[in-house]
Design a protein around this ligand. Structure first.
Ligand SMILES: *[C@@H]1O[C@H](CO)[C@@H](O)[C@H](O)[C@H]1NC(C)=O
Ligand SMILES: *[C@@H]1O[C@H](CO)[C@@H](O)[C@H](O)[C@H]1NC(C)=O
Ligand SMILES: *[C@@H]1O[C@H](CO)[C@@H](O)[C@H](O)[C@H]1NC(C)=O
Ligand SMILES: *[C@@H]1O[C@H](CO)[C@@H](O)[C@H](O)[C@H]1NC(C)=O
Ligand SMILES: *[C@@H]1O[C@H](CO)[C@@H](O)[C@H](O)[C@H]1NC(C)=O
Length: 564
């Protein structure tokens, strides 16, 4: 690996001279695999295989990702964390910036590496990422900002026995009760295979290793740490941070970190690293949750593994958004406009158990929201044309937007904003009187933990995916400097499928003046008999003939107020 590192450095030196076009061909199709050592199942792979090889490019390169759809259903692909500034139609979110790519057809995604850092590329059509359609996407700096000797990539996945379409249908179907469907708990994969089967990571005494840790999980949480070693975090979701030393990373679905680990001075012992997959959910799935995985940090072949006394998670220092600061020192943004959003559980009159972030559970429009923004002239500035269930939130160009996101429930979420990073300015407790817990919760007002208000001390950390703990609000800020239609959604697929999403429509007036919707994207809809222009249902103005009725919320006993 050390040799490889040197070689990579030499290649990097050459590549630094000029930008390259990197062409990657993906034939997306079904594969039969046993990834966790237990479940042989149908999955979605690329070029006949899983895992999908990670994609690495250099700052300034252009990635041409040619996708062919060999599935029997539509597909689309999203580069998570990439801004697509000026090319919002390349974001890949199904029914937001494009129709799905139909079976048998191809589409080319052009991804310009204008950012640097650790990202991932995944399916963004009907949660196909959970079936395997996901891989890390690394954009290296031309001149590394930090000095290190080698890189180690850890791609973390939760892997279920059942296919996601099956699971999502179960979640959104009418159901006689508000009881959640029977729990199924995934296995943990590291770099594509059973988390206990990973190759040893070679360390040489005194050398520095940049770990890129990518949570490609769909529903569950991952913790990572290397007993006996510290992690110096340098990058958070593609944003450089002031280096900060922690013991471990605790990651929600979609989050990424780079951290430098300095090898110890002696090769007397080997060490193990610990990866824990767990459901961040108060009524734990007993017996299965959590699952532990271990891998070897190999200093010397044949060296004994260092036996360290067990440490509880509470004794360790974990990465914390509010303690981290952006390296560029960007101060807290002022507030031009505030959107108050709240994660809610909704029971509908037709007996479905859904979720909402604003008024309605998010439902895909018939016309991709971006196409409506391009087509509606001045009306594009009126949120009504996008249809109520799309939950479009209109933002003026260059406004500084505050999202005050409340989570009065006992569920934890991992929220992702497309097209931007946001500042994490403040966390605090929600009003106790608004708290809703699940019927079997042991909590009362008296046993509720005291939650302090915590505010960023300096340059707030920016990231694109954020964990919001139970009973807390978070204050986020972003500059609306990227015209387009950008989803803000929970990255836990079961929550996303149930409607926990809104769409920010950023400066549609500027969008119409400065960008052009490719004809080929409209044709892709039309060939499938889908509409490609007009309001949310493809009509003119405020004619919503054909709009399915919005779900009517009824009182639910899925959650109840916290007992006194
Ligand atoms: C409320 O909860 C009970 C017990 O779980 C269940 O039997 C009942 O059907 C629920 N009512 C609704 C409207 O979901
Ligand atoms: C992985 O290996 C560790 C150490 O041997 C063991 O404790 C753990 O149960 C294993 N995990 C799984 C999911 O089998
Ligand atoms: C230390 O690592 C080497 C190389 O993987 C391995 O052969 C050896 O068994 C390890 N030591 C122990 C005690 O696991
Ligand atoms: C690492 O994980 C194992 C379980 O597989 C646990 O026994 C051990 O205490 C953990 N080590 C630390 C330092 O947390
Ligand atoms: C998008 O481009 C504009 C114009 O170059 C720039 O001002 C803005 O900061 C960019 N925004 C992002 C998110 O890249």
């Amino acid at each position: 690996m050390a040799l490889f590192g040197l070689l990579a450095a030499a290649l990097l030196g050459v590549a630094a001279c000029q930008a390259e076009t990197v062409v990657v061909d993906w034939d997306i199709g079904y594969v039969q695999v046993n990834r966790d050592g237990y479940n042989n199942r149908r999955a979605i792979g690329v070029n006949g295989a899983l895992p999908i090889p990670p994609i690495t490019v250099t700052h300034g390169d252009r990635l041409i990702l040619n996708v062919h759809n060999s599935l029997t259903v539509d597909t689309s692909v999203h580069a998570h964390g990439i801004f697509f500034n000026g090319t919002s139609y390349r974001d890949g979110a199904g029914q937001v910036t494009q129709c799905g790519i139909p079976p048998g057809e191809s589409h080319t995604y052009v991804i310009d590496a204008v950012q640097v850092g650790t990202y991932w590329i995944h399916g963004h059509y009907k949660h196909q990422n959970a079936d395997g359609l996901r891989t890390p996407f690394i954009i290296r700096e031309k001149q590394p900002l930090h000095q290190y000797d080698d890189e180690v990539l850890l791609a973390l996945e939760d892997w279920y026995a059942e296919e996601s379409a099956q699971k999502m249908e179960q979640i959104t179907q009418p159901s006689a009760t508000t009881a959640p469907p029977p729990p199924s708990f995934p296995f943990g994969l590291i770099n594509g295979y059973n988390g206990n089967d990973t190759k040893p990571i070679r360390f040489e005494p005194g050398k520095r290793y940049r770990f890129r840790v990518v949570s490609m999980a769909t529903s569950e949480w991952f913790k990572f740490h290397i007993p006996g070693h510290k992690l110096e975090i340098i990058e958070v979701d593609g944003v450089d941070c002031k280096p900060i030393v922690v013991d471990g990373l605790d990651m929600g679905p979609g989050q990424r970190y780079s951290a430098i680990v300095t090898a110890l001075d002696t090769d007397e012992f080997n060490y193990t690293y610990n990866v824990t997959l767990y459901a961040n959910f108060i009524p734990l799935i007993k017996g299965l949750n959590p699952r532990y995985y271990q891998g070897l940090i190999e200093y010397r072949a044949g060296a004994p593994v260092k036996n360290l006394p067990p440490v509880s998670d509470r004794q360790l220092e974990w990465a914390d958004d509010i303690k981290m600061e952006a390296l560029d020192g960007m101060p807290e943004l002022p507030v031009d406009v505030t959107f108050g959003l709240e994660s809610k559980v909704v029971r509908t009159a037709d007996n479905r158990n859904l979720r909402a972030l604003n008024e309605y559970p998010y439902t895909e429009p018939q016309v991709p929201t971006l196409f409506t923004a391009f087509a509606m002239g001045e009306l594009a500035l009126d949120r009504r044309v996008y249809g109520p269930q799309t939950e479009a939130l209109i933002v003026r160009h260059m406004d500084s937007v505050r999202i005050r996101l409340g989570n009065p429930t006992d569920l934890v979420h991992s929220f992702h904003l497309h097209g931007h990073t946001f500042q994490v300015v403040e966390y605090g407790p929600v009003d106790k009187r608004t708290i809703q817990v699940q019927p079997n919760s042991p909590l009362t007002l008296e046993t509720l933990p005291d939650i302090p208000v915590r505010r960023s001390p300096g340059a707030p950390m920016r990231r694109d995916t954020l964990v919001i703990p139970e009973f807390q609000y978070v204050d986020l800020r972003f500059r609306a400097d990227n015209p387009g239609t950008w989803m803000f959604h929970c990255h836990m697929d079961t929550h996303f499928a149930a409607g926990l999403a809104v769409t920010f429509v950023v400066a549609p007036d500027v969008l119409q003046r400065t960008q052009k919707l490719p004809e080929s994207l409209q044709q892709m809809c039309l060939r499938q008999g889908l509409k490609a222009s007009g309001n949310a249902v493809g009509n003119q103005g405020y004619d919503f003939t054909g709009l399915p009725p919005a779900p009517v919320a009824v009182p639910s006993n899925a959650t109840k107020p916290l007992p006194p």
